[in-house]
Design a protein around this ligand. Structure first.
Ligand code: UDP
Length: 239
């Protein structure tokens, strides 16, 4: 039974940064477990949840490219970082007794299933916690684009972009106390104002697929489930 909810088919994009906690690098065990609890609560409503994990807490291809290295090799390392994060997150979900499925766009058959839309869709529709690792399996994009793509492939009705703040502001609220938060933006406004919501490619894909992007603070306990139910604080980019 699905309770009365605003969103029934969620795709959550979790940046690698979300797993850092207070660490400068890597994965904070307690923070990861707490985030898994936020996902568990939403799955408990009967809402479908897919997760795309970033890798920025471990490696980003741009860091190699910035030093004159090979961007493609760097991006491959970044994609592997997302697999490490997804394995860590899956462990936390499974530890809570949830049925999980981990798909990677980069074939690593000894670790996890290779992504196919059909298998992933079946797991997602069955209400399993479905993790998507490896981005889209190609360089020159980030996991934001991967998240928008998986959202479209799963038929999601909301692309949840987890951040450290409760939405999109007119300026960085940590630096500018006069910054105000948007409740709602159109894709045209978000792109036109150059607001940092997600990559342009991700926003274009979400817009063309008719999927709203919901920017919210994953570190606010209960925020994810509150928004899924139709409340909470967030900026919704749609239309
Ligand atoms: N990446 C890639 N293709 C993809 C997804 C990711 O090449 O489809 C690489 C890219 O180098 C990226 C890194 O993996 O910087 C980690 O992903 P991302 O930067 O999106 O992580 P996040 O910032 O969300 O933690």
């Amino acid at each position: 039974m699905t309770a009365t909810v605003r969103y029934r088919r969620a795709l959550l994009k979790l940046s690698g940064e979300a797993l850092l906690g207070d660490k400068p690098f890597g994965i904070d065990d307690a923070v990861t477990d707490r985030l898994a609890g936020e996902v568990e609560a939403v799955l408990g409503l009967g809402v479908k949840v897919g997760l795309v994990l970033g890798g920025g807490n471990i490696f980003r291809g741009m860091s190699i490219a910035a030093e004159g290295g090979n961007r493609v090799a760097g991006d491959q390392m970044g994609m592997l970082a997302t697999v490490m994060n997804a394995i860590a997150f899956e462990q936390k979900l499974a530890g809570r007794g949830l049925k999980t499925r981990l798909f990677s766009a980069v074939p690593i058959p000894t670790f996890c299933e290779t992504f196919t839309q059909r298998a992933a869709q079946a797991a997602y529709d069955a209400g399993e916690a479905v993790l998507f690792a490896g981005g889209i399996g190609s360089p020159f994009v980030t996991t934001d684009t991967g998240a928008a793509m998986r959202a479209a492939e799963m038929g999601a009705d909301g692309l949840f972009k987890a951040t450290m703040v409760d939405g999109i502001y007119t300026a960085d609220p940590k630096r500018d106390p006069s910054a105000t938060r948007y409740d709602h933006l159109t894709f045209g406004e978000a792109i036109g104002k150059g607001l940092k919501v997600m990559d342009i490619a991700a926003m274009a894909l979400a817009r063309d697929s008719g999927i709203p992007i919901i920017v919210f603070n994953i570190h606010q306990p209960g925020a994810f489930i509150d928004i899924v139910k139709g409340g909470g604080r967030a900026t919704v980019v749609a239309g």
